[in-house]
Design a protein around this ligand. Structure first.
Ligand code: URA
Ligand code: ZN
Length: 394
């Protein structure tokens, strides 16, 4: 057995979340989503995050009110908030179980999107400091993507970027698709993109809002979380990045680097169609936006975009590799989401082995597979770089 720290080939998990205890306390104090609530008969408190979970939350509340017997009680909403969400010890155990040398932690959705403008700056500062502190406890094994107080005034957001840039082991920022409330193609967000780019902080773009509930139809409750998670999340990412592309954000901030969750949603698969729709759009032609200097989506994908390898199948992963190149893909797990349902949570997780197997199957060249499993993240996120400085600062 090779000691983790000296192993030649590092395995790096770039998509791995935590809710620090302070964040869980905020969720516990809330009455609208996102929230944490306990239900009779459920061993763990329940984490209720998504709009698609609200109908079940409402029916559970109604059932509790009318004191129905448990046989008639509706299913419990949300997912169990196990120790895996807040415990650093569990994160390390999970990493060791799966041979993961380094994790780049991020706050899970919906980050600070719901925090009021007046307190968002302070909450961000405290949560990001907590991430830096967690990373300092396991030097060389943990880095993090910081969360930004996007509901606060622009000056506060920009101050937060300065703050996290100086935090030891911060290697980027995690962002949802709402931006300042109107999506990522909002020109008001350009100073934020410019500031993170200037700070050499890549943006880890992650979905949360999905698609409107009525898309899932009247039988949605019968299908658990499958439709919003499998389809809503990836479409949300696809739409957000396509809007940024159409708005020219990547041209306006050429130093912007984005790591897209879930292998870019469906972007690798749909990029050709998006390009064709652009080329055949009379409105864009009349606006003079189809000239010879126009950058294609393919060009953006292979210069400003990185993709995680959280797509669970070599079919999707091959499209991702084709779209961006094997040097722009990075392994991830999405821990603590998708735990095994019928085996011990302290053992191996199938959600991890599916992604690792997809990397081996999709990348015939062993050097490419190793790059996706870790070397790309080490290079792109500058892992180890400045650790000596970080040591002092922590
Ligand atoms: N569900 C979520 O809400 N977030 C994730 O990151 C994965 C699943
Ligand atoms: Zn995730």
């Amino acid at each position: 057995q090779v000691a983790l720290g000296t192993k030649e080939k590092k395995v790096v998990d770039v998509h791995t979340h935590m809710y620090p205890p302070e964040y869980v306390r905020i969720l516990e104090s809330r009455t609208t989503i996102p929230l944490v609530r306990s239900f009779p008969g459920a061993p763990d408190p329940r984490l209720i995050l998504l709009q698609a979970e609200v109908p079940l939350l409402d029916s559970a509340a109604a059932a509790a009110e009318s004191a129905q017997d448990s046989a008639a009680a509706p299913a419990i909403p949300g997912r169990p908030l196990t120790r895996h969400y807040a415990s650093l010890e569990q994160k390390l155990h999970f990493m060791d179980t799966h041979g993961i040398d380094i994790s780049v932690l991020s706050l899970a959705n919906p980050w600070l999107d719901f925090v009021d403008a007046a307190s968002a700056g302070d909450v961000a500062q405290s949560i990001n400091a907590e991430f830096a502190h967690m990373c300092s406890q396991h030097p060389g094994r943990l880095y993090f993507f910081a969360a930004l107080p996007l509901t606060a005034p622009l000056a506060t957001v920009l101050a937060s970027i300065k703050h996290v840039q100086a935090l030891p082991r911060c290697r980027g920022v995690i962002l949802g698709t709402s931006g300042l409330g109107q999506g990522l193609d909002n020109p008001a967000l350009l100073p934020v993109f410019a500031a993170v780019a200037a700070a050499r902080l890549p943006v880890f773009l992650h979905p949360h809002y999905g698609l409107p509930n009525d898309v899932w139809g009247p039988r949605a409750a019968e299908y658990g979380h499958v439709l919003p998670l499998a389809l809503g999340f990836p479409m949300e990412t696809t739409i957000a990045v396509t809007r940024m592309f159409l708005a020219g954000v990547f041209d306006a901030v050429p130093a912007l680097r984005m790591l897209l969750a879930h292998s870019g949603g469906t972007l690798p698969f749909l990029a050709g169609r998006i390009e064709s729709c652009v080329l055949h759009d009379g409105h864009l032609l009349r606006e003079g936006r189809l000239g010879p200097t126009r950058r294609t989506l393919w060009d953006v994908l292979s210069t400003q975009i990185y993709l995680d390898a959280v797509v669970y199948s070599p079919v999707g992963l091959r499209a991702a590799v084709d779209a961006t190149g094997a040097d722009r893909l990075m392994f991830g797990t999405d821990h603590p989401f998708f735990p095994p349902l019928t085996s011990d949570e302290q053992g191996p997780w199938e959600s991890v082995s599916l992604n690792a197997a997809a990397v081996s199957a999709a990348l015939a060249d062993a050097a490419d597979a190793d790059a996706v499993m870790g070397a790309n993240a080490v290079r792109v996120l500058r892992l180890y770089e400045g650790d000596e400085v970080d040591e002092v600062a922590a």
